[in-house]
Every structure is written in C-alpha cells, then in structure tokens.
Design a protein around this ligand. Structure first.
Ligand SMILES: Cc1ncc(COP(=O)(O)O)c(C=O)c1O
Length: 410
C-alpha cells in the first residue's frame, strides 16, 4: 500500500462519516410492542414478561428463564440464590466488566481473581491451582465460550457451582449447546449495547433447577409469598428480597429482539469473518479465533496489537483509528485487580463491606496475561448493520496505520 499520512498527523481520514462503535438494531416490532403495553396499562410482570421468559428459556435450552432489572442485578441474585455470602470465595476473571466481580462483593463474598488464557477467557489450569473457593463465575468474553468441560471437571471434583456471566454471548454455542445452559445458573445482560437489548435496562437469568428458579423469583420480588402462591400470599414475606423485576415495556422490546437474535448473530459472524479475512496479512496484530466446537457470537471484535512491532502504543493507535473515522476503543484497559476499587478494597470509605470483611491484598496480585492483554487490546466496531463498505474502511484504517507505524518506528 502506498504510504498514507495518518489523519491524526494531518492526513486525510479513511472516512469522513464516522463509523460508530456499536448500534442498536430496532424495527417496527419494538415500537408496536411498546404501544401494546401502553394500551394494556400493565407495566410489571404482564404477558410480555411471561412470553419473554418462556421463549428465552426455549432458545437457550433451559427449564427456566427469569427476567430481571439488568445483568448486574441478575448476577447478584444468582450468587445469593447459590448461598454465596459472607465467608464465601468466588473465582472469576479480572478481564471483564466490573459487574462480574462487584456483584460478588455485594453478597459479602470475596472475589478471587485468576489469570486468563491468550484468548482472554479464564484459564482452567490456573483455577485448579486455587486452594479454597465456593463457586466459579465464568465470563464468555466478547462472545467466545470458555473451555467449559475443564471447568465442569473442577466443579464436579470440588462440588461447587458454576455461574455463567453470558452478558456478551447471546446465541454463542459450546459443542452444540447454547451458552447459558452450561452451568448451574447463567446471566445475560440486555443493556442497549448488547447483542440484544431491552429498550432500557434488562437482564435474564437461566437455570434448569426448580429450586433456584423459585428462590430467584422470591429474591426478585421482595421475598413475598405472592410470587409462589398468587393473591393469597400477598403481603406475606417469607425471606429477605429485593425489587429487581424487569418492566413490561422492557420485556416487550426484549421479546422482539430475541426473535431476531439468530439473524443478529449470523450477521455479526459474517462481518467478523470478512474483517478477519481483510486483516489476515497485517503484521503485528492478532485476530480473534474460533476454535473447533465453539460458536463465537462476536459481541466485540477485539484485536491484540504488538506495539513494538507496529510502532504505536495501544492508546495512540486507538486515538489514530478514531481520527481515521473508526470508533475503536481501548476496551477493558485496566484488569479489575489493578483498579482503584480493588487496590483500596479494605478502605470502608469506598467499600462499606470492609467494616466486616477482610479482603486479600489485591495490590500485590500479579496476573501477567490479563495485564498484558489489557495493555494491548483494541476493540473495533461490530454490529449487524455494519455495511461491507464500512468493514473495508475499518480494515483499510488498521492497515494504513500499521503500515505508517512500521515505516516510522523509532
Ligand atoms: C461481562 C458483563 N457482565 C455484566 C454486565 C452487567 O450488565 P448490565 O449492564 O445489564 O447490568 C455487563 C454489561 O454491561 C458485562 O459486559
């Protein structure tokens, strides 16, 4: 390619119409559904919530699906339902959104961060080296399923449950089974940027266990017996609960999004595979892979750059892509154990649980692979309505910058 000056240094950008990082895809169904709900005047736990729960469970292949206020609350309730509380230790990844670990804190338990594999997912070999823990919270990072069989072996050996944080992985599959049906409980986020959204906040918990389903429904709605016994249980409180239901408008939107989920995932996979093809010969860049037996949902298309090879630091590369008109992001640039929250976790002014819980010294924790991925990852735009032209522009911008960086390396 002829040498082109990067836009960030005064050259012409690859595109003047900025390509957004993500875009929600809505059709007329969703607005129709919202006006349906307005007409019925039932705003909580109506027909759409029931329909969404039934169809989501059917889609994932579990006996139950429970609609909740958002993915964060879904994780919190799932840990509580599994009796994770003060004195519990939960293994999870540091390379994720804060909610995968903050919800462990919210129960009074202690997150135990373990290092990841080169693909960014939790490393089962490292997990099996941990002495003492009560549950594993797996995140299918960016939509790529974890090595579930290895975790299941650990779970059986130690008699501990697995919680899947499937917030990135709607429609992903592991050996032909849908993500969300693998562990004891799974949680999906329906935040607006996610593979499917709820038109506000939203989350879904899936499980095969009747007992967990019942407990989750009680926890979701004030611990009120009405949940199990109908009107005769009104105002009868049988356990401590919360108010973390999904609204009917959110459920209606989520139901129509669910109907399009397979199409969304197929479009993401097609576009991701085209982008991979276009970037396959670019030096100094590692592309996402899909190992046999795994179906990647490509919630995020993440690449790893080698700054010493391409002559750009990660943050400079992200800024330069943005100047080219490509909304790239630095992603999870700080692994959770390195964030101020975990560095100062024993300070009750920033974490009230520190009054009663003593946490490990996260400041001295070293998780080299997670730390290195956090320094070198770049997220590129990915969503079902990205055009082939736009995919080509993304690839062109990456190539242009790498080409320039290699030639002008100091
Ligand atoms: C991995 C992961 N877990 C949990 C969540 C929390 O979901 P929500 O934003 O719906 O609370 C998110 C998303 O935002 C996420 O990316």
């Amino acid at each position: 390619m002829a040498e082109l000056k990067p836009a960030i240094l005064g050259g012409e950008p690859v595109t003047k119409r900025k390509i957004p990082f993500t875009q929600i895809v809505l059709t007329d169904d969703e607005s129709q559904a919202i006006s349906d709900v307005l007409k019925t005047k039932i705003f909580v736990c109506g027909d759409y919530t029931e329909l969404l729960e039934r169809e989501f469970a059917r889609y994932v292949g579990t006996k139950h699906a429970i609609a909740v206020s958002n993915g964060t609350d879904g994780l919190f309730l799932s840990f509580l339902a599994l009796d994770i509380t003060f004195g519990s230790r939960v293994v999870t990844t540091p390379l994720t959104f804060v909610a995968s670990a903050s919800t462990i804190l919210h129960t009074g338990a202690v997150p135990v961060f373990v290092d990841v594999l080169p693909d960014g997912n939790l490393d089962p070999r490292k997990v099996s080296e941990v002495d003492n823990f009560n549950a594993i919270c797996l995140v299918h990072l960016y939509g790529l399923p974890v090595d579930f069989d290895d975790f299941q072996r650990i779970s059986v050996e130690r008699g501990i449950p697995i919680i899947e944080d499937a917030s990135h992985a709607h429609g992903a599959e592991y050996n032909g089974r849908k993500v969300g049906s693998l562990g004891d409980i799974a949680v999906f986020s329906l935040y607006p940027s996610k593979i499917i959204a709820a038109g506000g906040w939203g989350g879904i918990i899936t499980t095969n266990a009747d007992e967990l389903n019942e407990k989750l429904r009680l926890l979701r709605a004030h611990g009120e017996l009405r949940v199990l016994a109908g009107e005769k249980g009104a105002y009868e409180y049988i356990r401590l609960g919360y108010n973390l239901r999904m609204s009917e408008i959110e459920a209606a939107v989520a139901y129509f999004q669910l109907r399009k989920l397979d199409k969304f995932v197929e479009a993401r996979r097609r576009l991701a595979s085209y982008l991979t093809e276009l970037l396959s010969d670019v030096p100094g860049i590692k592309l996402p892979k899909e190992p046999p037996g795994k179906k990647h949902a490509f919630y995020i298309y993440a690449i790893q750059i080698d700054p010493s090879e391409i002559g750009w630091t990660r943050d400079a590369f992200v800024d330069a892509l943005n100047a080219e008109g490509i909304s790239a992001r630095a992603g999870y640039h700080t692994p959770l154990h390195k964030t101020k929250l975990f560095q100062n976790i024993n300070d009750p002014r920033i974490n009230h649980f520190a009054r009663v819980v003593r946490y490990p010294d996260y400041a001295s924790l070293s998780l080299p692979l997670a730390e290195s991925l956090a320094r070198t990852t770049v997220w590129l735009p990915m969503y079902p309505t990205l055009s082939l032209d736009e995919v080509e522009q993304i690839a062109r911008a990456v190539k242009k910058l790498v080409d320039w960086g290699i030639k002008h390396k100091t």
